[in-house]
Write a protein that binds this ligand. Structure first.
Ligand SMILES: Cc1cc2nc3c(=O)[nH]c(=O)nc-3n(C[C@H](O)[C@H](O)[C@H](O)COP(=O)(O)OP(=O)(O)OC[C@H]3O[C@@H](n4cnc5c(N)ncnc54)[C@H](O)[C@@H]3O)c2cc1C
Ligand SMILES: NC(=O)c1ccc[n+]([C@@H]2O[C@H](COP(=O)([O-])OP(=O)(O)OC[C@H]3O[C@@H](n4cnc5c(N)ncnc54)[C@H](O)[C@@H]3O)[C@@H](O)[C@H]2O)c1
Length: 476
C-alpha cells in the first residue's frame, strides 16, 4: 500500500484532531503513524474539554443541592451540602488519565504506530522526528499537521501558574481563591465562572469588548447574563482590559479602558484566571521546506478540503486540521476536519461544512448554537438579497422544563424568509448541548422550517422547544 514510503499517512500531533484522523485513516486501509511531542490526547483530553467538564459536573451538583429554594419547590429538603476540593480535583484527574489511556490504546488496537518526539516537515512527503534519542526521518505519501493551540496571554500579564494562571492550571483546581478575577468572558471565562461561583468564590469578570460574551448571539448573551452572571456573586467590567497583572498575594490587576487606554482602577484579588483566547502551536513546523508559510496570525492556511495552501494553491500531499487552522477551535471540529482530510487523501472529494458544526458552553444552564448568529445572517442576507426572520420559544412554555423546575431559557431559530432555510439555531437552557444536534442535522441538510415543522417530537420532552420554534416560524 505505501508505495515506497514508510507510511501512507503521518500525522503530527495526537490531539483529538490527529486521533480522529488516524482512526479514520486506518478504517480506509492507510498505513498510519502519529507523532506526539507531549501528552497523548492533546489539549481536550489533558487540559481542556475533559477535565473542565468533570469540574463543571461536580460543581454543578453542588450548586443544585445548595439551591434550597429550587429544591423546596420540588418538595425536597437537603441540609449541609459540603464538598472536598481535592476530591473534585481528583475526579477530573482520574478522568483525564482514564481517557488518555483509552485514546492511546485505541490507536494501538487498530495498528497506528505512535512515535514520541517533535515532528517537523522536512520537504515533500518527509518528516523529521526529534526526541531524546536523536533525529530520524520518515517518509509518507501524505502528511497531516495537527499541532493544536496554547493559551494566549496578553502583554502585561505575568503568569506564575499559582496565583495568576491559565486554563492549563485551572483545570487542576489546586486552590479555590476566595476572590478570583477572570479575564475574558468567552467559553473558558464563562465555564470557570460557573465552577467557581458554585464552589463559593467571589468573581470579578473583566471583558475588553463592550459586551459580555461577545461571540454569542445577542439575545442569548443577554439571557446568559441574566441567568449566569447577575444572580451570582459576579461583578463585571465591560469595555475594560487588564493592562497589567502582577502575581502574588494579593494579585494586583491594573484595569484600563479598552478604547482610550486610560487608567480605570486597580484590583487586589486572591487569584486570577487569564482566559483571553488561544493561539496556534505552529512554531517550527518546517512549512518553509515545502514553500508554504503561516498566515499573519500564525495559523496554517487551509482550504475546505483541509489542504495546506501556499499562495492560495494546495501544497501536494500536505494537510492541516484542528485549532492550528484557526477555523473553529473545538474538539469535534478538529476531528471532523481530520475525517475530511483523510477522505480527500483517499481521492474521495469532501469539504468541511462549518455552518453545521455545533458548539456548546457547559454552564448551568447550558448554551449551544449551530450556524449563524442573527447579526451574521442579516449581513449575509443584505449581501445576497434575502430577508432574515427569527422565531423564539421559551423553556417556560415547555412542560418537561416546568416539571423539572428548570424553566430558564430560550431557543431561537434564524431562517431565510423566502425559502425557510434554517441558517442558525441558538439555545440557552437545560440540556442545550444535547438539544442542538437535531438543528445541526437540519442545517447540514439545508432544511427549511416548512419541512422541520412537520417532524414529530415525543411529549413531554425538552426537544419540543425546537419543535415549537419551527412551528412558530411557519405560522409567523
Ligand atoms: C479549558 C478548555 C476547555 C475546552 N472545552 C471544550 C469543549 O467542551 N468542547 C470542545 O469541543 N472543545 C473544547 N475545548 C477546545 C478543544 O480542547 C480543542 O479545540 C481541541 O483540543 C483541538 O484539538 P487539536 O487536535 O487541534 O489540538 P490539541 O488538542 O491542542 O492537540 C495537539 C497536539 O499536538 C502536539 N504537538 C504540537 N506540535 C507538535 C509537533 N511539532 N510534533 C509533535 N506533536 C506536536 C501537542 O503536544 C498536542 O498534544 C476546550 C479547550 C480548553 C482550553
Ligand atoms: N465548551 C467549549 O466548547 C469550550 C470551552 C472552553 C474553551 N473552548 C475553546 O477554547 C478557545 C479559547 O477559549 P477562551 O474563552 O480563552 O477564548 P474566547 O475567544 O472564547 O474568549 C476570550 C475573551 O477574552 C476577551 N479578551 C481578550 N483579551 C482581553 C483582555 N486583555 N482583557 C479582557 N478581556 C480580553 C475577548 O474579547 C473574548 O471575549 C475558544 O475559542 C473555544 O473554542 C471551547
Amino acid at each position: 500500500m505505501s508505495q515506497g514510503f514508510d507510511y501512507d499517512l503521518v500525522i503530527i500531533g495526537a490531539g483529538v484532531g490527529g486521533h480522529g484522523a488516524a482512526l479514520h485513516a486506518v478504517s480506509c486501509g492507510l498505513k498510519t503513524a502519529i507523532i506526539e511531542a507531549a501528552d497523548m490526547g492533546g489539549t481536550c483530553v489533558n487540559r481542556g474539554c475533559i477535565p473542565s467538564k468533570a469540574l463543571l459536573a461536580a460543581s454543578g451538583r453542588v450548586r443544585e443541592l445548595r439551591d434550597a429554594h429550587h429544591l423546596k419547590a420540588l418538595g425536597i429538603q437537603v441540609e449541609n451540602v459540603g464538598f472536598d476540593r481535592q476530591a473534585i480535583a481528583n475526579h477530573a484527574l482520574n478522568l483525564v488519565s482514564k481517557l488518555q489511556g483509552d485514546l492511546t490504546n485505541s490507536l494501538k488496537r487498530v495498528g497506528v504506530d505512535t512515535i514520541r518526539g517533535r515532528g517537523k516537515v522536512a520537504g515533500q512527503q518527509k518528516v523529521t522526528v526529534t526526541s531524546d534519542s536523536g533525529d530520524k526521518t520518515i517518509t509518507a505519501k501524505d502528511i497531516i499537521l495537527a499541532p493544536g493551540s496554547i493559551p494566549f496571554v496578553p502583554p502585561g500579564i505575568e503568569i506564575d501558574g499559582k496565583t495568576v494562571f491559565t486554563s492549563d492550571q485551572a483545570v487542576k483546581l489546586e486552590s479555590l481563591p476566595q476572590w478570583v478575577a477572570i479575564i475574558g468572558s468567552g467559553y473558558i471565562g464563562l465555564e470557570f465562572s460557573d465552577v467557581y461561583s458554585a464552589l463559593g468564590c467571589e468573581i470579578t469578570m473583566i471583558e475588553a469588548l463592550d459586551q459580555l460574551m461577545p461571540g454569542f448571539d445577542r439575545d442569548i448573551a443577554k439571557i446568559a447574563e441574566r441567568v449566569l452572571i447577575t444572580p451570582r456573586d459576579i461583578e463585571t467590567y465591560v469595555g475594560i482590559y487588564a493592562k497589567k497583572v502582577i502575581p502574588g498575594s494579593p494579585v494586583v490587576i491594573e484595569l484600563a479602558n479598552f478604547k482610550t487606554k486610560e487608567y480605570v482602577d486597580t484590583l487586589e484579588v486572591d487569584g486570577c484566571l487569564v482566559a483571553t483566547g488561544r493561539i496556534p502551536a505552529t512554531k517550527d513546523l518546517g512549512l518553509e521546506s515545502v514553500g508554504a508559510e503561516l498566515d499573519r496570525r500564525g495559523y496554517i492556511p487551509v482550504n475546505d478540503s483541509m489542504a495546506v495552501l501556499s499562495g492560495g494553491e494546495p501544497v501536494p500531499h500536505l494537510w492541516a486540521i484542528g485549532d492550528a487552522t484557526g477555523k473553529m477551535m473545538l474538539a469535534h471540529a478538529a476531528s471532523a476536519q481530520g475525517i475530511v482530510a483523510v477522505e480527500n487523501i483517499c481521492d474521495r472529494q469532501r469539504q468541511i461544512d462549518y455552518r453545521s458544526i455545533p458548539a456548546a458552553a457547559f454552564t448551568h444552564p447550558e448554551i449551544s448554537y449551530v450556524g449563524m448568529t442573527e447579526t451574521a445572517a442579516k449581513e449575509l442576507g443584505e449581501a445576497e438579497g434575502f430577508t432574515i426572520k427569527t422565531a423564539k420559544t421559551y423553556f417556560k412554555g415547555n412542560s418537561k422544563a416546568l416539571a423539572d423546575g428548570d424553566a430558564d431559557g430560550i431557543a431561537k431559530v434564524v431562517y431565510r424568509q423566502d425559502t425557510g432555510e434554517v441558517l442558525g439555531v441558538h439555545i440557552i437552557g437545560s440540556h442545550a448541548s444535547d438539544l442542538i444536534h437535531e438543528a445541526s442535522a437540519a442545517i447540514a441538510n439545508r432544511q427549511s422550517v416548512h419541512s422541520l415543522a412537520f417532524l414529530v417530537h415525543a411529549h413531554p420532552t425538552l426537544s419540543e422547544v425546537l419543535d415549537e420554534a419551527y412551528k412558530r416560524a411557519v405560522h409567523a
